[in-house]
Structure formats: structure tokens, C-alpha cells
Design a protein around this ligand. Structure first.
Ligand code: PEP
Length: 254
């Protein structure tokens, strides 16, 4: 059985290193006793230096919320893989819908995913439709996002790929407005089917599928138990160490 995964996406929060340290230390303590879950925290890159000092000997991994598809050079504002690796951050969220909304194309996301994997990262590829309709256009949309990246990937690279299904309409809402687990189950099967079509079952089964979108302490168990996913990507609830630790504990017990 695959190990379960929970990833915290702090987005552009908090505002100070002091507060980042407080949340990080609280989370490390809160998940210290939890077994069978790989926990990663993706803070803003500016806090990596500070947080990597606090991370010695803990089982929490550090990650980044984006990573550029070049090694070095004239790319204002970007983060190079080597910069993240200097702080032992080896997991990269890529293609998040909030970055795609700023203009990241399928092609750019594909380049980032390939480059990150070549540099030794686990790439967490985010996909998800903006809206749903009765015609099922969301399935076509997610297929297009996946195939744009899969086209350039080799089978061997799948060992370092995670897919995070995050329907955009379900991000940043209350637990009651999050996705229904039966809809998640349908989509997670569909994503697995696309993986199998392209890479074969044995390779496809290597790729964990996560759900993200308004995961809270009170709906986390249902997503993992009934949604057919291997873990969760958590946004706003990950800024509250108590709630995030509760989510990780719930995933461990499910
Ligand atoms: C996200 O945007 O990655 C996310 C999961 O956000 P939230 O949990 O706040 O919906």
C-alpha cells in the first residue's frame, strides 16, 4: 500500500518569519506522533532558510510552491531548483490554479514538471477544472491538463510525480462547499485511467493522487476514505497548526 501524503500550501502567508516559525514549530510538534503519513510544508520561499533551521531531526519535509524551469540566469523573481535544494526542499507544487490564473500555460507547467523531476524533486502537478456542467466538460479539461504534461514524461519519471486534483471552484471555501466525495471518487478513477492508458498499470499505480480544495478537520477523513485518493493538499487550514495536525492524524487513522 502507498504511504499517505499530506501537503501544506501556505500560499502567500504568513507575513513575518516569526509567525512562520510559530506555525512551523506548532505543526512539527502536532504531527510528531503520527505514523504512516508523509507530511510536507510548502511555505513562501523567503522563509525556507529560517524554517530549515527548525527542521533538523523532524519528519516534516519542506517544499516549494513553484519552481522555475531553468537552472540559473536572467529570470527575475524566479526560484531555481538549486536554491530550494540548498534548504533540502525537494518537493515542488507546480501548475497551481492560482499560478495558471496569472498566465502559466500548459506548456510552461509541463516544462517545470520535467525540469523539477530531472533535478531530483518530487513534482506535485496540480490540475482541476474551473467549473462543472452537465455535459462533463470538466473531464475533458482535466485530461487536457494532464496530457500536456504527460506528453513529455518518461515512464521512469513517474516515480517522482504526484497529481493533486484541485477543482478551482472548490478552493478557499467552507467545508460544506467542498467537493462531494462521490464526485471526487469519479474523478480520481478517471485520472488513474488516463495514467494507465498512457503509461500502463504498473507505472500508473506508482503515482499518488491527492485532493485539494477546502479540506478541513471535519471533512478530511471522508475524502481519503471515500474519494479514492492517497492524500490531501491543504491550503488555508494548514496555517492553523492544530487543525492541520488534526487533518494529518485523521488521514493516518483512515
Ligand atoms: C489550494 O489552493 O491548494 C488549497 C487546497 O486551498 P484551500 O485548502 O484553502 O481550499
Amino acid at each position: 500500500m502507498k504511504q499517505k501524503i499530506v501537503i501544506a500550501n501556505w500560499k502567500m502567508n504568513p507575513m513575518t518569519p516569526k509567525e512562520a516559525k510559530r506555525i512551523f514549530i506548532g505543526t512539527v510538534k502536532g504531527v510528531a506522533h503520527v505514523k504512516g503519513v508523509r507530511v510536507t510544508i510548502c511555505p513562501p520561499t523567503i522563509f525556507l532558510s529560517e524554517l530549515s533551521k527548525e527542521n533538523k531531526g523532524t519528519k516534516v519535509r519542506l517544499g516549494v510552491q513553484d519552481l522555475y524551469s531553468e537552472d540559473a540566469g536572467a529570470y527575475t523573481g524566479q526560484t531555481a531548483p538549486a536554491m530550494a535544494l540548498a534548504y533540502k526542499a525537494k518537493i515542488a507544487i507546480l501548475g497551481h490554479s492560482e499560478r495558471r490564473a496569472l498566465g502559466e500555460s500548459h506548456g510552461m507547467v509541463g516544462n517545470k514538471v520535467r525540469h523539477a523531476i530531472h533535478k531530483g524533486f518530487t513534482a506535485v502537478l496540480c490540475v482541476g477544472e474551473r467549473e462543472r456542467n452537465d455535459e462533463g466538460a470538466h473531464f475533458t479539461y482535466v485530461r487536457e491538463e494532464l496530457e500536456a504534461v504527460f506528453a513529455g514524461l518518461k515512464r521512469v519519471e513517474l516515480a517522482n510525480l504526484v497529481i493533486a486534483y484541485e477543482p478551482v471552484w472548490a478552493i478557499g471555501k467552507s467545508a460544506a462547499e467542498a467537493m462531494q466525495t462521490r464526485d471526487l471518487y469519479e474523478m480520481s478513477l478517471y485520472i488513474r485511467k488516463i495514467l494507465i492508458e498512457r503509461f500502463g498499470r504498473a507505472n500508473a499505480d506508482l503515482v499518488p493522487i491527492l485532493y485539494g480544495g477546502s479540506v478541513k478537520g471535519d471533512n478530511a477523513a471522508a475524502f481519503v476514505r471515500d474519494g479514492g485518493v492517497d492524500g490531501l493538499l491543504v491550503g488555508s487550514a494548514s496555517l492553523d497548526p492544530k487543525q492541520f495536525s488534526n487533518i494529518v492524524t485523521t488521514v493516518s487513522n483512515t
